[in-house]
Ligand binder design. Sequence first.
Ligand SMILES: Nc1ncnc2c1ncn2[C@@H]1O[C@H](COP(=O)(O)OP(=O)(O)OP(=O)(O)O)[C@@H](O)[C@H]1O
Length: 699
Amino acid sequence: MQPSETQQQSPIEEERRRLTDTLQEIALQRAEIAPVYHGKDYVEQLLEAKREETRQRLDLLGSEPYFGRLDFQENGKPAPLPLYIGKRGLDHRKTSDPYIIDWRAPVASLFYSFTGGEAPVTYEAPDGTIEGEVHRKRNLSIRDKTLERVVDSYERGGDNMSLSDEFLLYRLGEKKDNRLRDIVSTIQAEQDLIIRAPRYKALIIQGAAGSGKTTVALHRLAFLLYQYQQHIRAERMIIFAPNSMFLDYISGVLPELGVGNVHQTTFADWALDVLDGGVKLAPTTEGKLWFSLAERRPALNDETPGRFKGSLAFKSWIEERLRQYEDNFLQDNLSFEAWDGRVLPSATIREWFEVEYRHYPLTMRRERLSGRINRWLEMQLTNIGDAKIRKERSQTGKQRLRSFMKKLPEATPLAFYKSAFSDNVDSFIPQALAADTLKNLKRGIALPEDLVPLVWIHQAFNGPENRQFDHVVVDEAQDASPFQIALLRAYMAEPSFTILGDLAQGIHAYRGVQRWEELSAVFTEDQSAYHTLKLSYRSTLEIIEFANRILARTDTGLPPAEPVFRSGEPVEVAQLAKAADALPRMVSFISDNQAGGMRTIAIVGRTEEHCKQLHEQLLSGGVEANLIAEGQVAYRGGVTVVPAHLAKGLEFDAVLIAGANARNYADNPQDAKLLYVGCTRALHRLTLLVDGEPSVLFS
Ligand SMILES: Nc1ncnc2c1ncn2[C@@H]1O[C@H](COP(=O)(O)OP(=O)(O)OP(=O)(O)O)[C@@H](O)[C@H]1O
């Protein structure tokens, strides 16, 4: 495009024209693809699969080809080039020049990292650093092939006072449905740094509520797959999320980014799969206990089972037991007599098992030993000339080898774990905890906090099998334990992690961490990197400022979340004259917000029991609502009644906190975290209904 041409047109005309050209180019490329192949030829079928991929990519590009434009003049080039950036790349069919640039390509990083100014900018290309100047940054909104909006956020030499994030605000102001969405068009510089961070790092990210942690982690997966396409496979990436409903909520983002096959699961489901039916899991009652009202909750300390069994000290204790078990695996004087007089001495067997095979997992050491003795046996047989005697001795030798191997113990993870607790368990393990654990294990049942040690033992016995990871995402990582992260680390040659969470939302402190150092202790200093995300994109300024008052009571010492300047209505704290006033207030909150275009509305209750009552009341008041309970798999959107602890990770256009009184939300860190979670779910509107004495947490 010639600069003179562009000068005569308004930005909107110019972009309309470019869009028409682009759609034409896409249509032509689409038309050039051979028709669908239905035959049986294998090679043709493979080619057809490739063609189908291209069709899908072009169809996706066809409806929303790009979202941004950056005019960049590389040093030494005569003029700036307009670079159009989209979710997928496209080369021009005649010139093979990039026509649309994939958002993950190195040059596209400028679109995200550029924040104004006339100074030269650089980006890292495969061949080295490229320097140049940005002449224009433009956001474009295209929906269903139609150009809806053109916003210039920078023009070189122009008056750039408006380098505000007008486009970002426009996006944030949109109403949400029941799915998390991609943010490729508005990724912010601090988020981009995390998305494009090098592969071999354990990134630990403390991010304020609504700072885009989950979204950023998903975009990082898409980036890693693009950047390291020869070395990373989607099937070897895994996302651990807190529950199935959350997985359902985020399930749309990766497909939108063109990424399939990434395993998305909860830790418990993954662990049970590894243990392959070897363990029955007791339903957890601990969660309910910790989300009950303050007066019913036990004190939290280092002997709280989840914290104790998730510690690195407990990991060391298990490892020591495993070492002892392996060291005593061979009994003393365990020679093998193949037939009378032909003996493989104990010292040789020991040498093979304890020295040569030491670095293999136990199951493999056992198998290798058996194979090696068998080979030794075959050698001995070759020295026997008489075929009949050879046959007899072969039978005897094989029979004796089978008996020999049977004498070597073959413990399952569950049996080993049980024995670790049974054999005069030492004073390191608190007595009550040992007794409780053993009682359950004797019934063949493990508690959720036993899953990490059990899988650890499994992998010590069997190695990582075929479950090695290329990259692991742990979302809501404040709820994970150091032992759990160490376990996942064991399934990787080099650590490549995105570990993200918010200590202020650490409502599972009975099993999670209180400081990020607890998790970084799993890695060496150069293996991990710590990032913070302070800006919060989800909620309006008013909601964030209100939630920051509660944050100060969480005892985490975290700084207040910083709002993106998006102002909305004030947070409403409504004092009820009597409890019976709650229902009409909830009903009008729902109908007013629905009339105001809000698509997702949540009534947040304090406990599951409380939510059941609220749900029944709403039904009696003629309001259809979805009640979210523990174990729920799908998130449906619309009107939802949800206890604060299950709302974590989700977001709603409008939120009403029911029962925001001093009893439900007392002045302690756990209640503060629950209320903080509840309030920070709201995008546009937040109301608190107070029946009785108001909670001091927001006063
Ligand atoms: N750069 C961005 N552009 C547009 N929207 C964004 C951006 N970053 C985050 N958001 C939006 O902010 C909301 C919060 O994102 P997300 O759920 O990923 O945050 P989070 O940090 O995981 O939140 P929480 O810890 O509170 O669950 C989402 O609606 C997301 O689309």
